[in-house]
Design a protein around this ligand. Structure first.
Ligand code: GLA
Length: 736
């Protein structure tokens, strides 16, 4: 198998990995996935599912895998079964597994104790497909895993088929389970809530284990479907870390379980509601894909691998550079018409905005969030000639036009709901609570999808609309179809189909994923949407924390981050314009405020900051952007280092007062070790101007200083004294 891989965090090397002949013990086969940085070995016993035997740095080429398997085979403890209980791809109670199983299947009331056997292991271009069968249970199972070249991330899924003569109830089907070495005893995961998404939680993995679920029909604010398991004390550049992300935008479950007999298992699954999947004879269902990534050397390398993978293999390409946006929500909420929006457009165009996005409130009956969802036609009073005049005004000002939609949402008080009450997700005859005064359309229904496709296509043809902010504002409850069967999974698959159909019909359309802020950001939706509305909170200090967490799994250029009003609408906190622009600098920036309220100074600063971002964005879109550790918890630093190592920007923010009068030097990993960099402070973001040179430190206030990349990593550079809520931008240029 040819392989390309990331050898260090800065070098991408393509190489042909020699494949030693695979030894095979009686009835057992070994299956290797490898690149220069890692080896994964799956052992497929004659009876039972393949199990992960090894994942780590490359093993010696002459390693005898049968001997390795013996060496790692655990002893049988007293008080347990007389067989070992390996964590297979999908652990099976039928093989004697007594911890959380990877699948739960029934025919009527009969629970199936499956014992899958390997029929064939096929090597594919980039991995392995294991064809499993259980003749007694009349089931076939296909397990697929691959390691595409170049990014160091593995992808796996499974597909279950009913070969029996009666219906099969699929109560649970994980994408994959892995045995996790006991040394990886610390967990990093992300929780949150509306306007406070992506809160990193770092905790020891105890005997009680850990489980995280979303049951709200979307990825959720509270349970990001990704996890890192790592050695205790792992930091940016040290410690082994295993990580997985589920590419799924509906209900899901991540499980870390301390096994009865020792060790850990981690499982990732699309969560199924009772009765949600029933396979008729001959039918199949496929699990969501789970992506796996490992770093032998800290969280920075892990993030870089994820970011490069997502950039290269997940996100759809954008047409040209990501345009600086204006979004009308916090500028006008529901209070707008064509004239007001044209006035805002004229104002933001001179600030350097390149795309004007009209948020909620533009369609019939939508004067507040209690009505109108589903009427996807411009409001005849406020937009009497439709959206074309506003779009034309934007284009005349040199900006693209974009639009907010929430196609899955429907207000009870709307023509759509009156005409098709049976199109909503809900249990017939049962009252369900409203969420933001609305229901959710059942996109599992072809008729509902066709209706939305037609309505959105008509809209996209009515004016030059290049961008959709695709929102989804309701947690699902009672999420059933007309027959009462749970329908979240079908809804999500229907959503994916609708997005795919629209993107095929309108190939240059760019779509942003939004769900009351960041409640639907995952690698499933991001295959179809190129931007994440991270949060409805535009308070830069809150955003600093969210972005640094999100960068663990996703690249910076996909993060929608807007300069809001001086007083945050969600936290009430004040922030200088400099902190607001600094926070937007490394992501996909925009404005989320009434530009007519900016002072002259603010507008001048904003114009200059936007111009600076535009000058830097070509390399930023490919850059390695990660949180930089600092001793003081109040100092939040983030570095963006160009792929070729020629230039870097480091934003440094004081979220609070530091305990020490002078913050410790900032050490910046990831630069080209032997190269020399000129380090300067960018004048647009000066350290406390009132204190001048004394607070900035001698070198930053003057011409800057030259240091080797390795020195910057090992010794660092002194920081200015920063007031709470202020920040600076360090500019690093590699010297010839
Ligand atoms: C959601 C989004 C906001 C905004 C409003 C409009 O809350 O997260 O950004 O678009 O809907 O109703």
């Amino acid at each position: 198998m040819g392989s390309t891989l990331i050898l260090t965090d800065r070098t991408i090397i393509t190489a042909q990995q020699p494949q030693p002949p695979l030894p095979a013990a009686l009835g057992t086969s070994y299956h290797r996935l490898a690149d220069l940085a890692q080896t994964q070995i799956w052992v497929a016993p004659e009876c039972g599912m393949p199990q992960l035997l090894y994942w780590g740095d490359p093993l010696p080429a002459d390693c005898d895998l049968a001997v390795l398997e013996q060496a790692l085979c655990p002893a049988l403890p007293h008080g347990a079964l007389d067989v070992s209980e390996p964590v297979s791809w999908l652990p099976e109670p039928g093989c004697g597994f007594t911890d959380a199983p990877g699948l739960a299947l029934r025919r009527g009331a009969r629970h199936l104790y499956t014992r899958f056997r390997l029929e064939a292991a096929q090597q594919t271009a980039q991995g392995w497909t294991f064809r499993m069968r259980d003749p007694d249970a009349a089931l076939a199972l296909l397990l697929h895993i691959e390691l595409p070249p170049g990014r160091g991330v593995l992808s796996a899924h499974c597909r279950l088929s009913n070969e029996g003569e009666d219906a099969l109830s699929v109560d649970a089907l994980a994408s994959l389970a892995l045995p996790v070495p006991s040394r990886l005893r610390e967990r990093l995961s992300f929780t949150g809530r509306w306007a406070a998404e992506f809160q990193a939680v770092r905790e020891p993995v105890g005997r009680a284990g850990w489980m995280q679920e979303s049951r709200v029909g979307r990825t959720s604010h509270h349970a990001y479907p990704g996890i890192v398991l790592m050695e205790r004390g792992t930091h940016a550049t040290q410690g082994e870390a295993w990580s997985l992300q589920l590419a799924w935008s509906g209900n899901h479950r991540l499980l870390v379980q301390a096994l009865r007999t020792g060790g850990l298992q981690v499982q990732a699954a699309g969560l199924l509601l009772p009765g949600e999947v029933t396979l008729q004879p001959g039918a199949s269902c496929t699990s969501p894909t789970v992506h796996l990534c490992r770093s032998p050397a800290g969280l920075r390398l892990l993030s870089l691998r994820w970011q490069r993978f997502v950039r290269a293999r997940v996100l759809p390409p954008t047409s040209g550079p990501r345009r600086v946006q204006f979004n009308s929500w916090e500028a006008a909420y529901f209070d707008h018409d064509c004239q007001r929006m044209q006035a805002l457009a004229r104002r933001v165009a001179v600030l350097g905005v390149e795309r004007f996005v009209l948020d909620d409130g533009w369609f019939t009956d939508r004067r507040d969030d209690r009505r109108g969802l589903g009427n996807w036609e411009p409001c005849p009073e406020r937009y009497p000639q439709g959206l074309a005049p506003l779009a034309a005004c934007c284009e005349a000002l040199g900006m693209q036009f974009g639009l907010w939609v929430e196609p899955e949402g429907v207000s009870p008080d709307s023509a759509l709901h009156r005409d098709h009450p049976d199109w909503i997700l809900g249990v017939p005859g049962l009252q369900q609570p409203l969420g933001r005064n609305q229901y959710v359309l059942n996109l599992g229904l072809q008729a509902a999808r066709t209706h939305l496709f037609q309505a959105l296509s008509a809209l996209l043809r009515s004016a030059p609309i290049h961008f959709l902010k695709w929102d989804m504002n309701r947690d699902m409850t009672h999420a059933a179809g007309p027959d009462g069967q749970a329908a979240v999974r079908q809804h999500v698959l229907g959503l994916y189909r609708l997005l795919d159909d629209l993107r095929q019909a309108f190939p240059s359309l760019e779509i942003e994923t939004c769900a009351s802020g960041g409640a639907r950001a995952d690698l499933g939706i991001l295959q179809r949407t190129s931007r994440i509305w991270v949060s409805d909170c535009n308070d830069p200090l809150e955003r600093q924390r969210m972005h640094r967490a999100l960068l663990t799994f996703l690249p910076a250029e996909a993060m929608g981050v807007h300069v809001g009003a001086a007083r945050s609408h969600t936290t009430g906190r004040h922030a200088d314009i400099a902190l607001r622009t600094l926070t937007a600098l490394l992501g996909h920036p925009g404005i989320e405020a009434d530009p007519l309220t900016f002072s002259e100074d603010e507008a001048r600063h904003l114009r200059q900051a936007i111009a600076f971002h535009k000058a830097e964005r070509a390399w930023l879109a490919q850059a390695d952007v990660t949180a930089v550790d600092h001793d003081a918890p109040a100092v939040l630093a983030t570095s963006a280092i160009a792929a070729d190592g020629q230039r870097a920007l480091v934003t440094v923010v004081a979220a609070d007062r530091t305990a020490d009068a002078v913050p410790a030097p900032l050490r910046v990993p990831g630069l080209v070790a032997q190269a020399h960099y000129k380090v300067r402070l960018h004048p647009l973001w000066p350290a406390d101007p009132r204190q001048g040179k004394r607070a900035a430190g001698p070198f930053l206030a003057d011409e800057g200083i030259t240091l080797a990349g390795r020195t910057l990593h090992l010794a660092g550079v002194a920081l200015p004294i920063l007031q709470p809520g202020s920040g600076v931008v360090l500019v690093l240029d590699r010297l010839p």
